[in-house]
Design a protein around this ligand. Structure first.
Ligand code: ADP
Length: 172
């Protein structure tokens, strides 16, 4: 099921298959690939993506860097590093919010109008889903209110639990 709420859309899909200007990668510090969505994006984009990532000297938590999309339908990949969940008292909420804000600013500055986000930090990094979904929804709404350069933001629900968390967050 896809839900449309103005410029924010929920989609249940594999992010690597989306025809958008940019997809966001929930990467790690090294930007040299990993498991989960990161592994799927590198497999779909091909080895040229890793080659470009090697030139970027990694990325700090909460920051974002951009590459081309290579064999993806998406023209760009925005790599952001979400916080690892340590219980919530090590700045995790602010860092997760920064991932969304910095990714969106970088996208807008590069002329990107359509962008898809996975649920950053909600896999191996164990961020509690309901809280992460609330932060994602708050940040994308705030961003869209302040900047009309981005046309559509897709929040990708890879699994029903993620979809449920976003639906709840959108209703709050
Ligand atoms: P992190 O290390 O930031 O937790 P993960 O890749 O482990 O990153 O998980 C982030 C989210 O991405 C999870 O909700 C996971 O279900 C989702 N995910 C994994 N593979 C894909 C995919 N191919 N497309 C979209 N989302 C995905």
């Amino acid at each position: 099921m896809n839900a449309s709420l103005g410029r924010i859309h929920l989609v249940s899909d594999d992010i690597t298959q989306l025809s958008v200007d940019a997809i966001v990668n929930a990467a790690n510090h090294s930007l040299l690939g990993g498991g989960g969505v990161d592994g799927a994006i590198h497999r779909a984009a091909g080895p040229e993506l890793l080659a470009e990532c090697r030139t970027l000297n990694g990325c700090e938590t909460g920051q974002a860097k951009i590459t081309r999309g290579y064999r993806l339908a998406a023209r760009f990949v925005i790599h952001t590093v979400g916080p690892i969940w340590h219980g919530g008292h090590q700045g995790e909420p602010d860092l997760l919010a920064a991932c969304y804000r910095n990714s969106l600013k970088l996208a807008a500055d590069n002329g990107i109008q359509t962008i898809a986000f996975p649920a950053i930090s909600c896999g191996v990094y164990r961020y509690p889903l309901a809280e992460a979904a609330r932060i994602a929804v708050r940040e994308v709404r705030n961003y869209l209110a302040d900047d009309d350069r981005i046309e559509t933001i897709y929040l990708v629900c890879f699994g029903e639990d993620v979809q449920h968390a976003y639906q709840q967050a959108l209703q709050e």
